[in-house]
Design a protein around this ligand. Structure first.
Ligand code: CA
Length: 492
């Protein structure tokens, strides 16, 4: 839904996942200079244009930005520096934390979800799958002021006409009294609220389900969940159908991935396909197409019409698969194993956000300025990983955060005392080639940690100080398992 009418942007979001944070980081360095005079002149023109006919002048003037936001133009033209494999995309999006959050949400909102299912015919787990992938169950709504973003996109660069419509629609939402103006924040492109609807989608499909007279997709979970169900319903959802199944291809079977080429289940049965666990294919899908996200050697899926409704939310098959998979794991209440039955065709699978945060913390500790530890492996983190790999002779230096790199930099911090340090190097080993200001590189030479002592002072010397002053750090494991170096005697 979010950008499905914007093919370029959809490919963009598909390629980088939902990590708007990484585009924001890129945006700061690549933001263009925009003329405010030109911006204000453009807004004067918009105010009197047909698209803004239904926006009253009080509303237009009251929320008129005083200057453009160049970072959204940088985001519009952002090209990811690194390609993301489908298994990395899925691992980061459908991880243990998100499944646990989904299981909790399923219990907390059980009554509401039941009512939504009876009104719209959409299964609770499918609504939860969308909610979890779109906004992490309402936890990640985006912080960009919508009027600034949309006004800027309306006046500069590509797609101005499209964004002018969305800008006008955003103003209408506030004018109608559905959403408080202060709640009008979202992604750089204008998707907002717990369902991450674009303003036009909001006006078309948002519903008031808690009965307070406002369609509040920011603060009302019932409104958000019902609006998601309404979206899926209007896009052709089939009540009572599964989204599809992970399947097993018979040996020697070859077919191209083509989700749209739908065939009956008996057709697929006759071709020798079974469920991934070997059971016969069920008959509860009216038709299904074959989806092979990583080719014939990876996980295979038969997907029905309901999968297509997930796809219509964001025009990416990986995205739709994340929703589908998350909904299955929530139903099964299974968060310990988030993999598919068939492994991805790689010897270095992806990682979840917990591992990503641990990698980021280790990079920070090693002196790489990657910004905040947010569990999102964006360009800054990947560049730092690449530098770290190069400096230590780790091959390939591809900047990718997979399980191998996780083990290399974080290591195993729970099992025994021979693991050495959090880079997974043996105790007393020396770093291959310490990066400048690599405090952890210094620490490596003195490593003597015991597994159950999470707060052990370790004396190290600053690498570039040229003095004999020593600083002391202690290693502290947080509740999330991330080990941090905390300086304990600064200036001593
Ligand atoms: Ca409401």
């Amino acid at each position: 839904m979010r950008l499905s009418h914007l093919s370029t942007l959809s490919l963009l979001t598909a390629a980088i996942g939902l990590s708007f944070a990484s585009t924001a980081q890129a945006a700061q360095s690549d933001a263009p200079n925009l003329s405010n005079a030109q911006f204000q002149q453009c807004l004067d023109g918009l105010k009197n244009s047909s698209k803004f006919r239904d926006v009253d002048s009080y509303t237009f003037n009251n929320y008129r930005p005083s200057q453009p936001d160049p970072s959204v133009i940088a985001s519009l033209n952002y090209q990811p520096e690194f390609q993301k494999d489908v298994w990395d995309y899925l691992s980061s999006l459908v991880d243990t934390e998100r499944v646990d959050d989904g299981i909790r949400a399923n219990r907390q909102w059980a009554d509401t979800l039941r009512k939504i299912e009876s009104r719209y015919g959409v299964k609770a787990e499918h609504v939860l799958g969308v909610w979890g992938v779109e906004s992490n169950f309402g936890q990640t709504l985006g912080k960009k002021p919508l009027f600034e973003s949309l006004a800027t996109l309306s006046c500069f660069d590509r797609r101005q006409s499209y964004f002018q419509g969305e800008y006008a629609n955003a103003l209408k939402i506030v004018q109608n009294g559905d959403i408080a103006p202060s709640d009008m924040t979202g992604s750089w492109a204008g998707a907002f609220g717990q369902t991450q609807f674009m303003p036009s989608t909001f006006l078309e499909l948002a519903v008031d389900f808690d009965g307070d007279g406002r369609r509040d997709l920011v603060n009302s979970v019932p409104d958000a969940l019902a609006s998601t169900a309404n979206f899926l319903d209007k896009r052709g959802y089939r009540s009572g159908e599964a989204w599809g199944y992970e399947v097993k291809l018979p040996s020697g079977f070859w077919a191209a991935s083509n989700r749209k080429d739908k065939k009956s289940m008996s057709h697929w049965r006759n071709q020798g396909l079974t469920l991934a666990n070997g059971s016969p294919l069920p008959s509860d899908l009216s038709s299904a197409g074959l989806l092979l996200p990583a080719g014939p050697d990876g996980p295979a899926f038969l997907v029905g019409k309901n999968f297509d409704t997930f796809y219509s939310y964001n025009a990416s098959e990986s995205y739709a698969l994340a929703i589908a998979h998350l909904s299955d794991l929530i139903t099964r209440e299974s968060s310990s194993k988030t993999d598919f039955i068939t492994a991805w065709p790689t010897d270095d699978p992806g990682i979840g956000r917990q591992e990503s945060r641990a990698i980021q913390q280790a990079l920070l500790n090693a002196g790489y300025d990657i910004g905040a530890v947010d569990g999102i492996i964006g360009d800054n983190t990947r560049t730092a990983i690449q530098q770290y790999q190069s400096s230590r002779g780790i091959f390939p230096a591809d900047g990718r955060a997979g399980q191998k790199f996780y083990r290399a930099i974080v290591g195993n911090t729970t099992h025994n005392n021979s693991y050495g340090n959090q880079y997974g190097q043996p105790a007393n080993s020396r770093p291959l080639n310490p990066a400048p200001a690599d405090r952890m590189g210094q620490l490596i030479q003195q490593q003597n940690t015991t597994p159950n002592s999470y707060s052990q002072p370790t004396a190290i010397s600053p690498s570039n100080s040229g003095t004999t002053r020593s600083m002391r750090y202690r290693r502290v494991a947080g509740t999330d398992g991330v080990i941090k170096l905390v300086r304990i005697d600064e200036g001593s």
